[in-house]
Design a protein around this ligand. Structure first.
Ligand code: XMP
Length: 506
């Protein structure tokens, strides 16, 4: 285990990713974590991240000096090297105009365990402050034209620091620096792989769950699907999955879930078909928040009814993944997520939560899903909101309008896949505004629905840009929708970024 101590830098997740890519398991912890807790985790190495503060200011993030005395190798990056220098008695000061470095910078490395195999390179710098007096016992091991201490070490104590960002792509030999730190200094074994993850996790799940009963609210999304299959591998038929088909799913989605989980993986799957029930509740409702609330509440109600039929269940599987844990802070994450994933677990049902993917990033979850044999189409499917088509059929939700939208959306996805664009788009979908327009088809007047197409690029859905779709692909999609979907006669493409737009239309 390697711990990444978070001082508020923008690249913290990236550092963790790079460590994982070296087959070393790692976790991000806040800089406020007590030293005792850190010692308990028994890490092989610690990395301090960058951060936006100045180490010499009184109220900037600091860590107790004892961290340097527990005998675990430490690498400080950017703010990390500065805070190390400051705490150990060196001097950090604000650089003058010529001393600030941003972007690509040439560097010369001295001999050091972390620079084995490299002598000069181009690194990625982003700093205003610099170290002008080294702490006792340290020496400078790299310099640039403007920065005499671009890296430092106290090899005896295994303490290292770099002013640049070895984790970013533009830092040419950054991966070598990180690898050297992990293998030469921390002496990691490097045996953390997705294969070993699956085997270890199954063993752990068996031990935790024993022969108790486990419930899973399966949505057909990537995370809950991978979590369910993994738990099934561990405990078999003691797992029951409840799949609420609210009739607001994409074309064939419900049948696909059934085929994959019941037929292929032979899992206990209860598919609750309640299209009429949801559409009944949504009748006449047009306000987006009201629709969301109705769908969310009804979802809980159905889930509650089904789980109470099953008798006492001891555990509930959640598809929480690492970014969810990091973003929602530590400790409270499990409960926050359980509400988010299944739309709110009733408070009077007592479950212990099992979150087998808690330590993983999305791409790792996907890799594990593929290794477990889950269909590629499911693994790489775009995100889909809990309220489903209920918030993509704008205005009143009716079966007729859901069917029109399902057909249009299926054509859209089909063409994106054929054009090889599906994987590079973060999320794409069709919407059906409550608008009819006039058209002409075979000399006949038509009066039918307008279909809106949305495609966005994003990394987390918090912000996004509209995808610059090639015209020929748009043309093909538009032609097919107008020709093949009964009830639609016009297509528009959404060119709004988020903010100010949101990704979904409701
Ligand atoms: P917005 O529309 O807020 O969407 O820009 C951001 C991302 O979140 C998805 N989304 C949801 N996901 N339950 C979910 O699990 C929901 O109620 C929900 N609403 C929006 C949306 O599809 C996009 O990926």
């Amino acid at each position: 285990l390697v711990l990444v101590v978070d001082f508020g830098g923008q690249y913290n997740q990236l550092i963790a990713r790079r460590v994982r890519e070296n087959n070393v398991y790692c976790e991000i912890i806040p800089y406020t974590t007590p030293i005792e807790k850190i010692k308990e985790k028994n890490p092989k190495g610690i990395i301090f991240t960058g951060g936006p503060n100045s180490a010499y200011l009184e109220d900037s993030p600091k860590i107790a000096k004892e961290i340097f005395e527990i005998g675990v190798p430490i690498l400080g990056i950017c703010y990390g090297i500065q805070v190390m220098a400051h705490i150990l008695g060196g001097n950090v000061r604000k650089g003058n105009t010529s001393e600030k470095e941003y972007g690509k910078t040439s560097i010369t490395y001295e001999k050091s365990a972390i620079f084995e195999g490299i002598t000069t390179s181009t690194v990625w710098m982003s700093h205003t402050d610099l170290i002008d007096v080294l702490p006792e016992g340290f020496k400078s091991i790299a310099y640039t034209a403007d920065c005499p201490v671009a890296a430092m070490e106290n090899a005896e104590l295994n303490l290292y620091g770099v002013q640049f960002h070895p984790e970013v792509e533009h830092c040419l030999e950054g991966d070598i620096v990180l690898k050297n730190f992990l293998y030469n200094v921390c002496k990691v074994s490097g045996d953390w792989t997705t294969d070993s993850f699956i085997a270890d996790k199954i063993k752990e799940l068996k031990e935790t769950i024993g022969d108790k009963k486990v419930l899973c609210a399966l949505s057909g999304g990537v995370d809950s699907s991978v979590a369910a299959v993994l738990v099934h591998r561990a405990i078999g038929d003691n797992l029951t999955c409840v799949f609420v088909d609210h009739g607001l799913l994409r074309k064939n989605e419900g049948d696909d879930v059934e085929r994959i989980f019941r037929d292929k993986f032979d899992m206990n799957l209860i598919r609750v078909n309640c299209e009429d029930r949801f559409l009944g509740k949504l009748k006449g409702i047009t306000e987006p928040e009201a629709k969301r609330k109705i769908i969310g509440e009804e979802f809980i109600r159905v889930f509650e009814e089904e789980s109470s039929k099953l008798g006492k269940m001891d555990f509930l599987v959640q598809g929480t993944i690492y970014p969810d844990v990091v973003e929602s802070g530590h400790g409270e994450a499990a409960t926050i997520k359980s509400h988010h994933n299944v739309g709110g677990i009733p408070e009077d049902i007592e479950f212990q939560i099992v979150e087998p993917l808690r330590e993983l990033f999305k791409d790792e979850v996907r890799k594990i899903g593929l290794e477990l044999g889950i269909d590629e189409a499911l693994i790489f499917r775009h995100p889909f909101p809990g309220p489903g088509l209920g918030i993509r059929v704008i205005g009143e939700v009716t079966k007729e309008r859901c069917d029109i939208l399902r057909e249009a959306d299926a054509i859209y996805m089909d063409e994106l896949k054929k054009a090889g664009l599906y994987k590079e788009i973060w999320q794409a979908f069709a919407t059906l505004p409550d608008v009819k327009t006039v058209g002409v088809m075979g000399d006949e007047r038509t009066y039918a629905y307008l279909v809106g197409l949305r495609a966005v690029t994003s990394s987390d859905g918090m912000t996004s840009d509209w995808y610059k779709m090639p015209y020929d692909v748009l043309e093909k999609i538009s032609n097919r929708i107008v020709n093949e979907v009964d009830g639609a006669n016009r297509v528009v493409y959404d060119i709004t970024s988020k903010p100010p737009g949101t990704i979904e239309w409701e």
